[in-house]
Design a protein around this ligand. Structure first.
Ligand code: FAD
Length: 459
């Protein structure tokens, strides 16, 4: 086999950069191809919640976020279900310690900066200004065509991972389908400066009016993220590639909110939709997809970057094991088996939130009902766990008999004490429990099975 590098990653966004570190931690060599010559400094995502924060903490990266996390008590500022506020503070006292990781209100640009720094430290090669233009694969390698600053060249790798975002060239050229639901409406976005007087009269959260939706999130320094949407299908002429003019944004806010906001110094103007699509397979031979390349959705509740990070933390150690030669048969395919259902469930949750954000009396009635249901602690806990991906659980039992309740879930922090209700625990590199035994459980077959299935160890 004649490859230039173990793994080529297309795309240096959050997914690609995190994957580069994960591969290096597992001993694999990697080159990241990023078409942009330099970071733009712009941020789609404004923060991370739940399991994604736990995962960064697990990798020792939270301390790199400057002011960093805010107390879990501040969750209620960030958490909502289709614009219905979720009072997470009501759950904190009853939750086991550490159940709700603190929110990380870090802009995507900062997340990317931290992840890039870490990937470089670990020895990943990041080539900026290099765009993947094409690919082909055979039994043993993937060959990618790259358009670089010095001209075009070819790179051969044992595996290629498309972390190249929603319009992934990798996904398309690997022949991976992207079925889903088309856009039902368009949203306009502007990171703009507002006058002090306007800042003080912005409504909190998401405002749903007879004409559309409005939200405003302060980004600091007088800059505010305005998102506005008007009911009705996306206008034919409004291609997503054409950013709205600031006047267009102002006029839309006027129609939705009935207020004039004087916007200045636009830092970023954009539009997006509620299209929801998912790759029909996460692997095609030696090509895999992760992050937005594998699923796109309305950023309701901010699931995109969080899911992207969790995709690649699931994939990284398995792919490294594959190229390092110790992966047991089928290990790499558990990436699709585990992450595709998580993505599908996330899309379903986001679509449901999209309905709650739709117009009409019937939806208002549904929102009222949801608000009442959310008064019940059990319902609130269920919804919050789902929003924060704290309910992610992989099927790892194996022999059909009831497994230890920790099996398949995220490994909680447990004190190393002899009086714990646990005699042993096997944790995978992504932080999930592959096997656990209660005191007195002398069935070593399950441990043997887990060691073999996940680590190829025949004991
Ligand atoms: C308005 C908005 C708000 C959001 N808010 C949140 C939030 O609060 N929380 C959250 O978790 N998520 C949020 N998201 C979603 C989040 O931004 C995305 O899910 C996230 O960026 C996905 O990361 P990624 O690495 O998969 O893809 P991307 O961030 O799209 O990165 C892909 C990278 O690949 C590069 N690339 C593309 N094609 C090629 C090629 N052919 N060759 C080389 N490089 C290529 C691109 O330049 C880019 O750098 C939001 C999204 C939007 C639109």
């Amino acid at each position: 086999m004649n490859a230039d590098v173990d793994v080529v990653i297309a795309g240096g966004g959050p997914a690609g950069l995190m994957l580069a570190s994960e591969l290096r931690l597992g001993g694999a060599g990697t080159v990241v191809l990023e078409r942009l010559p330099a970071p733009t400094g712009l941020s789609k995502a404004l923060g991370l919640l739940g399991r994604a924060v736990q995962t960064l903490d697990y990798r020792g990266l939270l301390g790199r976020f400057g002011a960093g996390v805010v107390p879990a008590a501040a969750y209620s500022r960030f958490a909502h279900l289709g614009g219905i506020p979720l009072d997470v503070s009501r759950l904190l006292d009853a939750a086991p310690p550490g159940h709700f990781p603190p929110p990380l209100p870090a802009l995507q640009a900062q997340v990317e900066q931290v992840l890039e720094e870490r990937a470089r430290e670990l020895g990943a090669e990041i080539r900026r200004g290099h765009e993947l233009a094409g690919l082909s694969q055979d039994e043993e390698t993937v060959t990618v065509e790259v358009a670089g600053p010095g001209g075009s060249y070819r790179l051969r790798a044992r595996y290629l991972v498309g972390c190249d975002g929603a319009r992934s060239v990798v996904r398309k050229q690997a022949g991976i389908g992207f079925p889903g639901t088309p856009p039902t409406h368009m949203l306009r976005l502007g990171d703009v400066t507002l006058a002090e007087a306007d800042l003080s009269r912005l409504p909190p959260g998401i405002t749903r009016t007879a004409t559309g939706l409005f939200s405003a999130a302060p980004l600091g320094g007088g800059v505010v993220r305005i998102v506005v949407s008007e009911w009705g299908p996306p206008p034919e002429h409004a291609g997503r590639d054409v950013p709205p003019a600031i006047e267009e944004l102002e006029a839309s806010v006027r129609r939705v909110l009935g207020a004039d906001l004087a916007m200045r110094q636009p830092r970023w103007l954009s539009r997006f939709t509620d299209a929801a699509r998912q790759a029909d397979r996460y692997r095609a031979g030696r090509v895999l997809v992760a992050g937005d390349a594998a699923h796109i959705q309305l950023p309701a509740g901010g699931p995109g970057m969080s899911t992207a990070l969790q995709d690649v933390v699931n994939l990284g150690w398995k792919l490294a094991a594959q190229v390092e030669g110790w992966a047991p048969p089928g290990l790499l395919d558990t990436y699709h088996a585990e992450r595709q259902p998580v993505g599908e469930r996330m899309l379903s949750f986001v679509r449901a939130q999209g309905v709650l954000l739709s117009p009409g009396e019937h939806v208002t009635a549904l929102r009222d009902l949801m608000s009442e249901l959310l008064m019940h602690e059990q319902t609130l806990r269920y919804v919050v766990d789902r929003l924060l991906s704290l309910d992610v659980r992989y099927a790892m039992g194996g022999d059909g008999a009831p497994a230890h309740p920790l099996t398949g879930g995220w490994a909680p922090d447990l004190p190393l004490r002899s009086d714990e209700p646990l005699d042993g625990i096997l944790v995978r590199p992504d932080g999930y429990v592959a096997w656990a035994a209660a005191p007195g459980d002398h069935n070593t077959d399950r441990l043997r099975h887990a060691l073999q299935k996940w680590f190829g160890v025949v004991a």
